[in-house]
Design a protein around this ligand. Structure first.
Ligand SMILES: Nc1ncnc2c1ncn2[C@@H]1O[C@H](COP(=O)(O)OP(=O)(O)O)[C@@H](O)[C@H]1O
Ligand SMILES: [Mg+2]
Length: 250
């Protein structure tokens, strides 16, 4: 359309002798040269707007204040043996007060000793996952205490607490990248040997080497199917072969 309009206008102006043919040609070439940059500008503007929306969402997340804050003067938890104790723990999820559901945990107490395998059994929604969330301090109880080796988890630094707990969540979260990168996630520096050793402890090595590209196999988010169920393994990450929970790759 613009080309037709340009030619019509040009022809009309030439016929009225306002324009010479050579002037018209240079004018037409100038217009043709402008088309590309203008297309780029509108393209970039669209991309900019999309980026702006993404940045808004990222900053929404960054602005969130964590509910669990490290206590001032928290101590680094020494290597634990894995004595887990709950003392009269009460808990409701934030924002659920007054919706009639009541607390999720009501006065829970128990003791799990090092070396014991403990299964929490209960119907769906009974609060099993919630208990595990409290142990890792994803939430703090409203009343009562969660103790690891006799130390209230609130007295320990989050890093020293979580570093000593292995969690196999119900919903498996994978990041876009290779299997090796997913295993080494969170480490700033890692060796292929260490990744393989970890995979062997988790009974995953055999499955991984059967894949066409082994540890370099690329998995997308949630790209590999793992069987569900929640389990935690306490103790030294590297040396807990016997204690680590079994799980199957489907
Ligand atoms: N993030 C959450 N916010 C609000 N309520 C939750 C949240 N997670 C779980 N709940 C509620 O807490 C109760 C216990 O959940 P959960 O610990 O996941 O049960 P289980 O693992 O035993 O199936 C359920 O009623 C569930 O709806
Ligand atoms: Mg659960």
């Amino acid at each position: 359309m613009s080309l037709v309009v340009l030619l019509l206008l040009g022809g009309w102006q030439i016929s009225r002798q306002n324009l010479t043919a050579s002037e018209f040609v240079s004018y037409a070439v100038a217009v043709a040269m402008l088309i590309d940059p203008i297309a780029h500008l509108t393209d970039n503007y669209n991309q900019f707007k999309q980026g702006e929306a993404s940045v808004d969402r990222i900053f929404e997340l960054l602005a969130l204040k964590p509910l669990v804050i490290e206590t001032t003067g928290a101590i680094a938890l020494p290597p634990v043996t894995g004595k887990v104790e709950l003392r009269n723990v009460w808990f409701s999820y934030p924002g659920t007060a007054g919706n009639g559901s009541g607390p999720v945990l009501k006065g829970i107490s128990f003791l799990a000793c090092p070396g014991e395998s403990v299964a929490l059994v209960g119907s769906s929604g009974a609060g099993k996952t919630t208990l595990v969330n409290l142990l890792l301090r994803f939430y703090d109880p409203e009343a009562g205490q969660v103790l690891l080796d006799g130390v209230d988890v609130r007295a320990a630094t989050l890093e020293s607490l979580r570093r000593q707990i292995g969690l196999v969540p119900q919903e498996t979260i994978l990041f876009t990248g290779t299997i090796a990168q997913n295993i080494a996630f969170g480490q700033t520096h890692w060796e292929a040997d260490a990744v393989e050793a970890a995979a062997k402890i988790a009974n995953a090595h055999q499955f991984i080497v059967q894949l066409p590209q082994g540890y370099a196999t690329y998995v997308g988010e949630r790209g590999v199917n793992l069987s569900g169920g929640t389990a935690t393994a306490l103790g030294d990450r590297a040396g807990s072969a016997e204690k680590s929970p079994d799980f199957d790759f489907r």
